[in-house]
Write a protein that binds this ligand. Structure first.
Ligand SMILES: Cc1cc2nc3c(=O)[nH]c(=O)nc-3n(C[C@H](O)[C@H](O)[C@H](O)COP(=O)(O)OP(=O)(O)OC[C@H]3O[C@@H](n4cnc5c(N)ncnc54)[C@H](O)[C@@H]3O)c2cc1C
Length: 325
């Protein structure tokens, strides 16, 4: 793109659940949107990897539905056969994606144009306009929505920090994340972790959860996903893969019975949002037409990211309307 990029109504950084639901809402409201993500795929932490004929959800394992708005979305996923109730008592079900959790992001992204493999390196304010850069300018927009985790969003604003509202910056500075390392093992024989195929350990260190890919969807090769606790991830994040793998497997009860074919690791630097005092569904500097949304607000889950992105998008539509009036 050149420095003559047309001015769109909203530029969105991040095509995770928050960014995608916001992009969809804004588009449906008739606004022009430019969405960027640094990754090859969509969905951010709603991520899956195919290893031979097994599917590993190596970020979020499942989602719940508590709010009417997210419940409507879950109903659409169920109707489209891209989700199913995995386990849990009536009213508190945990839903999984079909054929993978990433499918729910693909479903949200349907008919949206997302520019992938484009890491936004900075945003500048130029008069009434935002300019986004990835080396060169990649977009100009009337409003800007950042949906990457706050520690990734703040550096993008380094060139305009002195022009932004202190309360917006303070809000983002309070949103912190812990790390997680996920180990995916393709197995020759099943390794049951529980009746449902999901186990949450009472002590989340070093392993917080275990998920059985075969039990989860019932039609795949056996595999197991072990997600570390935050302390383990902090300690081992920069260790050699062999050392991480050995340490996680040694901590799994009964791991000697594992018949492992291959192992793969995924490191999440910004995995689980920590508890905080931030209230509100998103952060905003309305005077600068700037928003931040995602699981930093509402709740540190898929549902929280969805609600935050949706509510930020509604606020952006309203602000764009007022500016136009
Ligand atoms: C290991 C793990 C297990 C989890 N388990 C569950 C679970 O079982 N249930 C549940 O509900 N939730 C779970 N979560 C949390 C859930 O995944 C998140 O709350 C939710 O997906 C966050 O969505 P988001 O849109 O806010 O952020 P993200 O999904 O992080 O999306 C942000 C996007 O921004 C992009 N990005 C970042 N920086 C830039 C940049 N500079 N330029 C362009 N793009 C950029 C990223 O690539 C990413 O796609 C889990 C998370 C992890 C990591």
């Amino acid at each position: 793109m050149s420095d003559r990029n047309p001015i769109v109504d909203c530029a969105i950084v991040g095509a995770g659940i928050a960014g995608l639901v916001a992009a969809r809402y804004l588009s449906q409201a008739g606004h022009s949107v430019a969405v960027f993500d640094k990754s090859r795929g969509l969905g951010g932490r709603v991520a899956s990897r195919r290893i031979e004929s097994a599917t590993f959800d190596h970020g979020a394992q499942f989602f719940t539905r508590r709010s009417p708005e997210f419940s409507t979305f879950v109903d659409q996923l169920l109707e489209n056969d891209v989700a199913f109730p995995w386990f849990g008592e009536a009213g508190k079900e945990r839903y999984a994606g079909l054929p993978s959790i990433n499918q729910i992001a693909k479903n949200l992204a349907h008919s949206l144009d997302v520019t992938r493999e484009t890491r936004i390196e900075g945003a500048l304010r130029d008069g009434d306009c935002w300019r986004l850069f990835n080396g060169a300018e990649v977009a100009r927009s009337r409003s800007l929505l950042l949906t990457c985790p706050a520690p990734q969003a703040l550096p993008l604003l380094a060139g305009v920090t002195d022009k932004l509202s202190p309360s917006f910056l303070h809000t983002l500075a309070q949103i912190e994340y812990s790390k997680c390392i996920a180990l995916m093992a393709l197995l020759d024989t099943p390794f049951p972790v529980s009746d449902s195929g999901f186990k949450q350990f009472d002590n989340p260190e070093p392993i917080a959860t275990a998920a059985d890919t075969l039990k989860k969807r019932g039609f795949e090769r056996p595999g197991i996903i072990l997600q570390s606790g935050p302390e383990f991830a902090e300690r081992y994040f920069d260790s050699e893969p062999e050392s991480i793998t050995r340490s996680i497997l040694e901590a799994l009860p009964g791991s000697r019975a594992l018949k492992i074919k291959s192992v793969s690791l995924q490191k999440w630097r910004f995995a689980k949002r920590r508890e905080h005092e931030v209230s509100g569904s998103f952060g905003t500097d309305l005077d600068r037409m700037l928003w931040h949304a995602g699981d930093g607000y509402v709740s540190p889950k898929i549902e929280g990211a969805y609600l935050s992105g949706l509510k930020a998008a509604r606020a952006i539509v309203s602000a764009l309307g007022e500016k136009a009036a």
